[in-house]
Design a protein around this ligand. Sequence first.
Ligand SMILES: Nc1nc2c(ncn2[C@@H]2O[C@H](COP(=O)(O)OP(=O)(O)OP(=O)(O)O)[C@@H](O)[C@H]2O)c(=O)[nH]1
Length: 337
Amino acid sequence: MRCCQMVMGPAGVGKSTYCKAIQDYAATSRRTIHVVNLDPAAEAFEYDVAFDVRDLITLADVMEELELGPNGGLVYCMEYLLDNVDWLKDELDNYDDDEYIVFDCPGQVELYSYEYNVFDCPGQVELYSHIPVMKRLLEHFRYWGYTVCGVYALDATFMGDPAKFISGTLLSLSAMVQLELPHINVLTKCDLADMEEVEKFLDLDSAALASMHELATRSSRQRLGGEQGGQGAVGGAAASDAARQEGSHIAAPASSSAQQRALPRLERLTAAIAGIIDEFSMVGFIPMDISDDQSVALVLQHADHITQYGEGLEPKDPDDEAPDDDSMAQEFYGGLG
Ligand SMILES: Nc1nc2c(ncn2[C@@H]2O[C@H](COP(=O)(O)OP(=O)(O)OP(=O)(O)O)[C@@H](O)[C@H]2O)c(=O)[nH]1
């Protein structure tokens, strides 16, 4: 049985760190996970790389030779990979059918969702939704007999901000719908996050949504009111002043009457989107704390479960049983209360 994970998500959320964490965890449970770098823009990662798309093409070369910007360059690289998909197939043929592969995919640049007031607008790389490169790549994987689990990573430290939570949820949903994959959402960087805040989002109910809506409203009002020290997407007015001094394109929050008038409609929209996410139970999240083996085990267990990895595999030696992921995961769930 051929199984693999495609690790996706916005830039910098911790995709490579996730790959390293599950590779290390697997090694301690006598399982081998091969990690492949599929990001032509990758600069550094700490996992043991099985093979690397940068041996085929790099973003730096494309930008220099074709005089493309980073976003156009990344799209070019991924289309080049598709045009040379035999290279990928040849590399994969070095691995047996029962070997487990994890693909560290390029990040999505989400300037529009996570930043605020950007004037000189850069492009957005939508490899997972608007540009069908990832979808076409997945068709090849299916044709080669792989069962693919999509792993969509989102940064847990963003979860205190309802606007970012909703935006992240919609991004994940968009990837899920476009790629039509068995899919899990993983909250990365839980070791850095306030877990009490994060837990509110793990099992959304109407009470959590109500508080989310209230927080969203407060946060929007702070931004539009230009409150000093507010929790805006870029840290409120103070952060914007600092950014302006550094010559950045991030502008200070503007308090315009048009924006004020739009606010109630945006608040209703926020509430409606949150209600839909809740009503259809569309997106759930699994927290991952890389400093906690039980938490890493739980994530891997979810991924295995949805691809049915391991079913039918015989233990190599009954005395060599790996640690029981189920009991570790249950302990972790218990720990979350
Ligand atoms: N403490 C902590 N830091 C993390 C974690 N995940 C990622 N980081 C840090 O966040 C930064 C970005 O992590 P990466 O794993 O490179 O993120 P990425 O999504 O692969 O980044 P791109 O490939 O550029 O999209 C690095 O400095 C990591 O050390 C985590 O779970 N805990």
